[in-house]
Design a protein around this ligand. Sequence first.
Ligand SMILES: Cc1cc2nc3c(=O)[nH]c(=O)nc-3n(C[C@H](O)[C@H](O)[C@H](O)COP(=O)(O)O)c2cc1C
Length: 193
Amino acid sequence: MGAVLDAIKSRRSIRKYKADEVPKEQLLKVLEAANWAPSNGNIQSWSFVVTKGDAVDKVCKVFSDAMQEYIPNAPYIPAEQKAGMLKYAEDFGGAPMHITVVYDTFEGDDEKTEKSMQAACAAIQNLMLAAWEEGLGTVWISGEVCSSPITREVLALSDSQEIAAIVPIGFPDVSPAGTREDVTTKTKWIGFD
Ligand SMILES: Cc1cc2nc3c(=O)[nH]c(=O)nc-3n(C[C@H](O)[C@H](O)[C@H](O)COP(=O)(O)O)c2cc1C
């Protein structure tokens, strides 16, 4: 298997990290990979906010506060999983740093904004794969923590910027297994024998 396919298939979302900080040179490598993503008209309308310390703690608290309320009351979460989920919710499994991937929005041009978000998602995947190759774990965090006014303030976003994902990053302290449905069940061939 080639190196890219190998990284694609072996990468896992990591939800438990060692406390060690990621050296800046490694962070720059994964940011470089993210920045080489494709974009509509090569607009490159993404940007990255790299945080550690207080800013990480504040964003984690936004998520944790919401989850302390949500997880205990979610009927679909098996009771025996709730404690582990609450622990993860404290700090995304202890990742010492976050890379938040931001995209520009374009007032009055929803199509351009949508493409801008799609390009940011391509950047996120590049980032996660490059991190994996560097021996680093990541997890794509979406949802309310990304749209929270507190998160936006901590990350000093402008009104025309949105968050595509918060990506905790660090050295993995777990090795989860992955699963995928067979691609043949998801593929329609037209014009082939
Ligand atoms: C758009 C998107 C949103 C996601 N949101 C979250 C999230 O909010 N929290 C989380 O723990 N994982 C999140 N994930 C990670 C998925 O749960 C994960 O990729 C999936 O379960 C497959 O596991 P794997 O990445 O280890 O192969 C998200 C992934 C994507 C692509």
